[in-house]
Design a protein around this ligand. Structure first.
Ligand SMILES: [Zn+2]
Length: 171
């Protein structure tokens, strides 16, 4: 999945699974930011999905967030939001949408070919990854619709995502 889907997914985690929104949002964006910077920017990783799109990246960062959260008495809430949202990121990048996640790297061999630059496959219609694009459109469309419906039916129910993020950040 690409950026819009990885922004929509933590919004759903927040609305329907009670995940802390700022933590869920960072957990959803971090795997791609780190892996893309290491692969395309620094040339330090052999794939644009290593090392963060692995079970070890998921569990290791969850442990780190729990430890940081413990200092601020937020270990459970932050750990839960991070674990859930990071896991959903991996699910959204997985075989479900026609992609491959090197979850058990380096113990299992994966075909880890990366495009020459981020999203390069979008420039040639012949290589458009239709399952991924359809899943992305559905996820983003459903999220936008649910947020629109929430705001129009409960205009005073704290429908603003920015407001939710601010109030959670203060807690
Ligand atoms: Zn990813």
């Amino acid at each position: 999945m690409i950026l819009p889907g990885h922004i929509a997914a933590p919004v759903l985690c927040h609305r329907y699974a009670g995940a802390n929104l700022p933590v869920a949002m960072v957990a959803s964006l971090l795997p791609d930011v780190v892996d893309k910077v290491l692969h395309y920017g620094a040339g330090l990783s052999s794939s644009s999905r290593l090392p963060m799109h692995t079970l070890w990246g998921w569990l290791g960062t969850t442990l780190l967030v729990v430890l940081i959260g413990a200092v601020l008495s937020r270990a459970v809430a932050w750990g839960y939001a991070w674990f859930l949202s990071y896991g959903v990121h991996l699910l959204c990048d997985s075989g479900l949408v026609g992609d491959d996640v090197p979850l058990l790297h380096p113990f299992v061999k994966y075909d880890l070919e990366s495009p020459p630059f981020p999203l390069a496959y979008l420039f040639d219609p012949a290589t458009w990854p239709w399952p991924k694009l359809i899943a992305e459109a559905l996820l983003v469309g459903v999220t936008v619709y649910l947020e629109w419906r929430r705001r129009s039916t409960h205009p005073r129910a704290g429908g603003s995502l920015a407001g939710a993020a601010l109030s959670e950040g203060r807690r």
